[in-house]
Design a protein around this ligand. Sequence first.
Ligand code: DPP
Ligand code: ZN
Length: 854
Amino acid sequence: RQAKKLSDYKAPEFTITDVELSFELNPEATVLTAVYQVASISDKAGTLILDGQELKLLAVSVDGQLLHADAYQVTPEQLILPGIPAKAQLELKIELNPKANTALEGLYLSNGAYCTQCEAEGFRRISYYLDRPDVLARFTTHIIADDKAYPALLSNGNLVSSTVLADGRRHVTWVDPFPKPSYLFALVAGDFDCLRGSYTTSSGREVALEFYVDKGNKDRAQFALESLKRAMLWDEQTFGLEYDLDIYMVVAVDFFNMGAMENKGLNVFNSKYVLADQASATDTDFFNIESIIGHEYFHNWTGNRVTCRDWFQLSLKEGLTVFRDQQFSADMGSATLNRIDAVKTIRTAQFAEDAGPMAHPIRPQQVLEMNNFYTVTVYDKGAEVIRMLHTLLGQDGFRKGMDLYFKRYDGQAVTCDDFVNAMQDANGRDLSLFRRWYQQSGTPELKIYSQFDAKKREFKLLMQQHTPATADQEEKQPLLLPVRVELLCDGISQSYLLEMTEAQQEFSFAVSQKPVPVLLADFSAPVKLQYQYSMDELLQIARDAKDGVARWDAIQQLWQSQVKAAIEAKDVGTTYQLPAALLEFYRQLLIQPLDDLAFTAELLTVPAYDMVAEQFEEIPVQELVWVLQSFVQQLAEELADQWHNCYQSLRIEAYQYQEQQVAKRALRSVCLHYLAFIAGKDDLLTQQYQHSDNMTDQLAVLRACRSAAHPLFASLMHDFEQRWRDDVLVLDKWFNLSASYPTSSVFVTLEQLTAHPQFSWQNPNRVRAVFGAFYQQNPAMFHAEDGRGYQVLADVVLKMDAINPQVASRLVTPLLSWKRYQPVRQQQLKAVLQTMLSKELSNDLYEKVSKSLS
Ligand code: DPP
Ligand code: ZN
């Protein structure tokens, strides 16, 4: 199998300027007629090589002449056409079988509706094409289908005609005036309810907004519609970017590999990120909907108007668009909490990816299967890199860079270097050192030492950076690190932005007395920080730092050190006591919560398993699970009255998704979580489950009971299943909780879940709800001593590879990092991976499994 390399990039020899597609829809035999205007870049005749996979080619014509089968060559991946004139019209007739398409790439059926997914290389499963993002064409799409069964026939751009044919079928025509790469093509046909709205842009143009959802779900799309309007306004106000078509459509489908897709004018969404109301969705669901609606909308400029030259540049659009959606969410709610969430993602999944066999820079250098590179590195570390530019250039400087980027590159397919050039030129600043972030993988370790000279009244920070080798790259160079620092002195905080450019550097500050340094405030660079803090210093930072992220981080560091101490203590057979100062800090926080209740809730939460695990080179799984559980138990018991009183003090109001209410519910949920670990709280738990008017509070009960392995869990879960069994989106929460129950009974449960009438191996949401939850939220059982958890997941991965390789390839991730565990687990993991590699695998799975074993 042949990997592609960034260094082999060549501009295409031919391009396609205009595309006219006519689909006659049929579940098992859709006929597509595709007409392309082809042009040679060098104005010379030559061989045209088109990409295509699993296509049934019925006919080929060039300039109106039907070709004989011996005039071209078809391979499993290509259509090769020799002797194509410098300018030509190519016509293809192709038959497709959407019903058989379980990979959910190309044209497929979701609950009887037709839909498409083309990013990254799915268009080649619809037609032979120059399926690469640097070929931009104007698309016209005709859809012909039965009018009764498929009243909604949608594609990109504007609807220009719609007529009923003599045979009762409807023929619609859509024209997209903006040239686009094939990955942004979309088609949808189905019978939906449509929620309509409109938005008037800053220059006064009216845009029709249309949300297509399953029948009966219109009310549940209201929040998504409002979110879209907020996103449209925000992008005008923040970046001066206006929407450019007369219509913006969103379709919610149940069968979808990703979260959502930014097709021009016609977003296709996983229904989980569109549909919500207070009875069925949690505060987190509402939050995610707003952020993903925003993300896909923001792609219209960062992704669609300016797109990627090649797929190695994916972070050009994804890192930037994640950064934009993060800023949007921060402006819609709490900047600190949003930042904390982003930091968690980096410190768990991204650091783990950098430490594992799939390590890659945010601009990968080599790819076998592009779908494998829609990663936390490209997306979230990519967003951190953009954020560092924002930090270094300041808000205005960043905006100047964005303006120049659009001025230069609108309508083009460009590179990450082009983006940095725009930032550099707009600000008159040399960013050559900064560019290393694009080519270097791995997590830099930043060691800091301090010195205080009382006589000279000088405080010094000695900083060293070092990036350990990664699986893909031995040699590492120093990076440009923006390091935000606060010096705390007598309750006064002074802020600095240091720019570290070398492996080792020293910074001095004039001070009156010895300060406590708050380092890497706002997590100003995606690095691992090491500094020897005392517990008192950390508690002082948690109380007094200006930056909320640093305050939260101080508590995180405190817990990390407690976990390490407890694991060592357990070796000598003692029961570990949490320090009195930490308990006292928590007691005070509960007696008098901060004004920001959501932030209080964050501080009161013991870090999750994956946060702590990432700090260990060799992860002591069972010890960690045990220690974290015992910490929660100890906090619950020591502060039992305070949890109870705090819980009771938070008055309940009729549900609204609104910041203060969300915060209050978050703090109540944290209290409830601890209370579930104490005997005698059954009434309180049952009460909240039965009487709350919203899913957030109900689910909080189930989660608390799950984590505490509470006797109430079984009966409440039974009730939940009865209530929601006909609503799969909600039932996914039940699947998720069932699969994350932390005792060995879960292995029988997993078998029962896959036999549930609502479970389907064809639906990625179901498979992820069960098995994603199992490995992400049930570390004790996934890493069960006898290796059963690994075997279960490996079997699922192999089964899924035949159905949907993208889903299989995501699920295999936790098995790949076998080097991070103790020898017995290493053997168990290696054994399942080796068995896997001995089978016939998709490219997706092969790339990951083979890398992990090499
Ligand atoms: N739809 C995915 C995203 O928006 C891929 N572009 O990130
Ligand atoms: Zn995106």
